[in-house]
Design a protein around this ligand. Structure first.
Ligand code: PLP
Length: 388
């Protein structure tokens, strides 16, 4: 008879193959694990020799994470995907994996702000040179390349000023120089832009946004081509990178409804953007699907749709107090960061991310258009604009 304390340790494992054990839920279960058990010594030994193809430890992730990663690989049309704890970590880890001391990194001027901070505070400290190129770049990327350039990081469109890059033109030049290209594809999602069809090597998502879709998940993903696999896989192993398993579950679930949610975000945002263009206080609406957008033709050529976040620039006579009245006057828009969720959100400020942007120093308002009825949203913006 074993002691209760031993019994309690071994309780709960049925070990049988009854119907209960073979319960197949339509969605994968969530595993909570640090330790993963091997069947026998042979498996343990194989794991020690790097010859075991199963999960060896919690940092390998779990079947839930693999299911999400497989879905991302299929949707993106890449070779291999890995989930990361956030979109930012997906970007910064990728940069660490593909750059070395002495390399030069080119970053899109409209890049998600914290990436700049990472480049300045960490990459440069480790001897990587970083410079920025205009967010509407095309074949003129050539002008920014140096003999040390190893990677070009694109973000198309940028998530504040919404410039579009001519990705095929950039990729063509990059390939001539043997330079890798990576893109932050969050705005378009795998449904509206297909980086690998344009020859991009690495596609990155903040899954936090549209893919999860409910503002309750932080997650990132990176998908790479076969040619980049070994280097990327080495990075993942070195960092023992893994993602929260519940987030992977929710992201996989989010993927199932992505298309219908995006259709609604797209049509409401476009309707609101077109209407804002007619408003007296608005100087310019920055939305790639508007014919007035400077890179609209490229968006039309390369994208399969538009998501639901865009900005507008106020006429110069409006000051900070006016912007505050507008933001505080909105009833249906939450004031908060991030986007891609069901609820409409607003952020605003004097644009200062890049002094080579033509919007530098201008008061801008960014709307994440959620899933509310668009007529209600329009009415809300109208009454808030009246407070200007
Ligand atoms: C374009 C873009 N990329 C990446 C990120 C970072 O994603 P996360 O919030 O998942 O770290 C954000 C966040 O706002 C973003 O807007």
């Amino acid at each position: 008879m074993t002691d209760k304390s031993t019994q309690i340790i071994n309780s709960g494992y049925s070990g049988d193959s009854s119907k209960l054990e073979r319960y197949h839920s339509i969605n994968p279960p969530i595993y909570h694990a640090s330790t993963v058990l091997f069947e026998n010594y042979a498996e343990l030994k194989a794991s020690g020799q790097g010859q075991y193809d199963g999960f060896t430890y919690g940092t390998d992730g779990s079947p839930t994470q693999r299911a999400f990663e497989k879905a991302m690989t299929e949707l993106e049309g890449g070779y291999f995907s890995r989930a990361f704890p956030s979109g930012l970590l997906a970007i910064t880890s990728t940069l660490q994996g593909f750059l070395e001391c002495g390399d030069h990194l080119l970053i899109c001027n409209s890049v998600y702000g914290p990436v700049r901070r990472f480049a300045r505070n960490l990459l440069e400290k480790f001897g990587v040179k970083v410079s920025y190129f205009p967010a509407n770049v095309g074949a003129d990327i050539e002008d920014y390349i140096t003999p040390e350039t190893r990677l070009i990081l694109l973000e198309s469109p940028g998530s504040n000023t919404f410039e579009i890059q001519d990705v095929p033109a950039v990729v063509k030049v990059a390939k001539q120089h043997g330079i890798l290209t990576a893109i932050d594809n969050t705005w378009a999602t795998p449904l509206f832009f297909r980086p690998f069809e344009h020859g991009v090597d690495i596609s990155i998502h903040s899954v936090t946004k549209y893919i999860s879709g409910h503002s309750d998940v932080l997650l990132g993903s990176v998908t790479v081509t076969e040619a980049c696999y070994e280097r990327f896989h080495r990075l993942c192993r070195a960092l023992e990178i893994f993602a929260p398993q519940e987030a992977c579950y929710l992201a996989l679930r989010g993927l199932k409804t992505l298309k219908v949610r995006l259709q609604q975000h797209e049509s409401s945002a476009l309707e609101l953007a077109m209407w804002l263009q007619t408003q007296a206080a608005v100087e310019e609406v920055l939305h790639p699907a508007l014919p007035s957008h400077p890179e609209h033709a490229i968006w039309q050529r390369d994208f399969h749709g538009a998501s639901g976040i865009f900005s507008f620039v106020l006429k110069p006579q409006y000051d900070e107090a006016a912007v505050a009245r507008l933001v505080d006057g909105l009833q249906l828009f939450g004031i908060g960061y991030s986007w891609g969720g069901f609820k409409s959100l607003v952020t605003a400020g004097k644009f200062a991310q890049s002094d080579i942007s033509r919007y530098h120093g201008r008061w801008m308002v960014r709307l994440n258009v959620g899933l509310e009825e668009v007529t209600d949203l329009k009415e809300d913006v109208q009454q808030a604009l009246a407070k200007l």
